[in-house]
Design a protein around this ligand. Structure first.
Ligand SMILES: NC(=O)c1ccc[n+]([C@@H]2O[C@H](COP(=O)([O-])OP(=O)(O)OC[C@H]3O[C@@H](n4cnc5c(N)ncnc54)[C@H](OP(=O)(O)O)[C@@H]3O)[C@@H](O)[C@H]2O)c1
Length: 275
């Protein structure tokens, strides 16, 4: 079986790529964009560039494609160009596994299940490029394809297979190492997912016939403040150095408050237990 990981140089993609490489029956290739590449054999590719995308895709002709790319404020280009190219190449036999976000539920009144409607943000909103691009991508995939899995994830955390931590935990341990306090919001409720759990569920989905849309992550949601206190404990630091951040910041109105996810469906259809 041939599998392509778009974004194999990234936080999630690197773990997915490494997990798949351990499976003898899978022939995996992956892409990166910016130097340096984490793995020698990755293919340098701008997914938005039609010619290079086309030559890479025709050369690989995969059975499964994993979409693990992200580009913050330019996310709309990934959907309007990169994903559009990909859709023209996918055959009904090729399975697409697309990583989406809890921000598709951006009205922020969770917990949400997979059937809840998605809400776009106004163009001038801080998160509109990312959120609206993810929603558009989901609609495109849903309308054009049948052989696909969309995995919606909240904040992804933990050490990945190349020893990289997510930025928030990295910042947390940097502060606590030097006995400095650090503050996180207690009013923003999320469903956190460990990077290795996400990589492992993707590895399972590569090898089975499951399709559809699934929320991923822990069964219980937490605020950033609650979650980071737990992380501090797990990392062996004093959790009392984690404080509550002021809720009265300027950006306060901008951030969806509760994007927590009901994740029962994925645990019923896969073997994955989310830590
Ligand atoms: N991290 C989270 O908390 C979180 C939460 C919810 C959903 N997600 C989703 O999870 C997926 C993976 O995210 P991540 O955290 O692993 O992000 P990441 O570490 O930023 O990795 C994204 C990768 O995308 C690649 N990329 C960006 N623009 C590209 C382009 N034009 N052509 C080709 N490659 C391009 C980058 O390649 P280079 O490194 O080579 O530049 C990068 O490695 C994304 O779909 C994201 O939306 C992430």
């Amino acid at each position: 079986m041939k599998v392509c990981v778009f974004g194999a140089n990234g936080y999630v993609g690197a773990s997915v790529y490494k997990s798949l490489r351990k499976i003898p029956s899978i022939n995996v290739s992956g892409t990166y964009l910016r130097e340096p590449s984490l793995f020698d054999e990755l293919y340098k590719l701008d997914i938005n560039e039609p010619e290079s995308f086309s030559s890479y895709y025709k050369q690989e002709n995969p059975d499964v494609v994993i979409w693990s790319v992200m580009d913050g404020p330019n996310e709309h280009m990934l959907t309007d160009q990169g994903l559009m190219h990909l859709l023209t190449f996918l055959t009904p036999e090729t399975k697409l596994i697309y990583i989406s976000s809890d921000f598709v539920y951006s009205d922020g009144k969770g917990p949400y299940d997979e059937e809840d409607s998605l809400s776009t943000l106004p163009d001038d909103h801080l998160f509109s490029s990312y959120t609206n691009a993810k929603i558009k991508a989901e609609h495109l995939i849903n309308n054009e394809l049948s052989n696909y899995v969309i995995l919606r994830a909240g904040p992804i955390y933990g050490e990945n297979q190349i020893g990289k931590l997510d930025d928030r935990t990295d910042k947390l341990s940097y502060h606590l190492r030097s006995d400095k306090s650090i503050a996180f919001r207690d009013d923003l409720i999320r469903t956190f997912v460990h990077v290795e759990d996400l990589a492992s569920v993707i590895t399972e989905l590569v090898q089975n016939d499951v399709t559809g849309v699934y929320n991923t992550g822990q069964s219980e949601s937490k605020s950033y403040y609650q979650f980071m206190r737990l992380m501090a404990e797990q990392l062996g630091y004093n959790p009392n150095f984690v404080e509550k951040e002021s809720e009265y910041e300027k950006v306060d109105q901008e951030i969806p408050k509760d994007t927590s996810l009901i994740t029962k469906k994925i645990t019923e259809i896969t073997k994955q237990k989310f830590r």
